[in-house]
Write a protein that binds this ligand. Sequence first.
Ligand code: UDP
Ligand code: MN
Length: 254
Amino acid sequence: MAFTLKTEAFVTLATNDRYAYGALALGQSLRNSATTRQLAVVVTAQVTQAMRRQLTMVYDHIQQVDPLDSHDTAHLALLARPELGITFSKIHCWTLTQYTKCVFLDADCLVIKNVDELFEREEFSAAPDVGWPDCFNSGVFVFRPSDETHRGLLQCAVTQGSFDGMVLQAFSDLILKQAMGLAIGRFGNDVRIVHFIGMAKPWLYSYNVNTGHLQPPEGIGSQHDEELIKRWWSILHLKSNQELNTNRPRFQLR
Ligand code: UDP
Ligand code: MN
């Protein structure tokens, strides 16, 4: 059996089935990169059982978190700030204390080449963002699960109102190499992680595997390199065509 390190994991988050398709493609891309680390996905109750079965084919561990935890002050404050809900869920990744170190990847990321060396970085490491005024992009970062940090982050999220802004305080290093979907031409072979930021998520495109025809999402348009979107689709398709039996995920857009 191949060497695996059980104490370290790549972690992603999906609060619904649409993002879970992203998690599926991301997880499969990590497997394709021959990672020696565990794969964990954090989900909320909205992710369906059918989708969880798909996720267990790729991920070692599925952790359900409660986005609206009952009695604490964080919960009460968040009820008044519903826009923080998704942010709140990302913070729950710090509860994965069965691992000593994790690399978080947004569900809209795709790993092109092995990135296990990210585990040599310390908490908190992240990549610079392309747009002002963000100082870093919270789509890829290195962290150490800890109940104490988790509590502190929740508190900060509530009082300061922003996950990114808050984490800046703990943030020490701008080091990860990350490329946004649009920048691929410039960085070419150096790119190891692609992050499909913005509205045009890969799962919103229509892709016909037989003809190779790609249709950008209606009303949004294409925002990413077409070859990268096709790559995303081919990875998802390979993993899930038996159960999905379609070249397009079935889901209802909100
Ligand atoms: N996310 C989620 N459900 C949502 C929105 C976001 O699970 O409804 C998670 C998912 O892991 C996603 C991440 O939060 O990749 C950040 O959101 P997104 O990628 O949409 O933001 P962007 O990278 O475009 O700024
Ligand atoms: Mn993202």
